[in-house]
Design a protein around this ligand. Structure first.
Ligand code: 5RP
Length: 253
């Protein structure tokens, strides 16, 4: 069972209502307290992880951190890190990552995650599964009872005959009332198809009912030819930092 620590925000809560972005920043800054000089760091993607990357750069420039090597989980984070002067590498040169810090779309009480609504799930999963420690940073809106019960479960698929793969994914979860939808850039049902950093497409799965055992669902998706990876991150997070109006909660695996 995950262990849970709670504490007040620093500075302590005031009558001010914090915005969601301020909560994301609080979680990110807390996570960066675990970064030590000399670490190889997985740099996450998304609006929460962006705060962590900014903070790491700030500490590097202040001389409070030294000899950090960042491994970005997307082209966007790569650009951010380059613009901030963070030294970068990749998994080929650094196959063991000391610590990754990244956001998530959903987190359950067992620290299982849904990731990839930002589209970077493949590189995130490759880098975060190579980590000794993986800290997930979220605001409290991301906490769910069961991952996959609300919102999209992203699946990265090869463009070749994507409709065939989409139909097979939908059929796989017929029992859960699954609707599988190709992702478009405008978030709608047509227009320019969303293309990942790896030049693949994303099919988002929406479930009307419980998918059941997550590991079974994960294995079934990965067995389909045409699927590259999915956004269920099971048993990967070692710590989740949740920032909410009443303070920070830290859940450890
Ligand atoms: C990108 C991700 C992000 O971590 C996830 O979408 C959370 O993003 P945000 O911090 O902007 O809410 O998985 O693929």
């Amino acid at each position: 069972m995950p262990s849970i620590e709670s504490g007040p925000l620093s500075p302590p809560p005031s009558p001010l209502i914090l915005t969601q972005d301020e909560l994301k920043k609080i979680a990110a800054y807390k996570a960066v307290e675990s970064v030590q000089s000399g670490m190889v760091l997985g740099l996450g993607t998304g609006s929460t992880a962006k705060h962590a990357v900014d903070r790491i750069a700030e500490l590097l420039h202040q001389g409070k951190l030294k000899n950090i090597i960042g491994i970005p989980t997307s082209k966007k984070t790569h650009q951010q890190a380059v613009s901030l002067g963070i030294p970068l590498s990749d998994l080929d040169s650094h196959p063991v990552v000391d610590l990754a810090i990244d956001g998530a779309d959903e987190v359950d009480s067992n620290l299982n995650l849904v990731k990839g609504r930002g589209g970077s799930l493949l590189r995130e999963k490759m880098i975060e599964s190579a980590c000794k420690k993986f800290i997930v940073i979220v605001d409290e809106s991301k906490l769910v009872a069961h991952v996959g019960a609300s919102g999209a479960m992203p699946v990265e698929v090869v463009p070749f005959c994507w409709k065939f793969t989409q139909n097979r994914l939908q059929s796989l979860f017929d029992y859960a009332g699954c609707v599988a939808k190709l992702r478009f850039n405008n978030g709608g049902e047509d227009g320019e198809i969303f293309v990942t950093d790896n030049r693949n497409y994303i099919v988002d799965l929406f479930f009307k009912k419980d998918v059941g055992d997550l590991k079974t669902a994960s294995d079934a998706i990965l067995r389909l030819a045409g699927v590259v990876e999915h956004g269920m991150f099971l048993d990967m997070a070692t710590t989740v930092i949740v920032a909410g109006e009443l303070g920070i909660t830290i859940k450890n695996k």
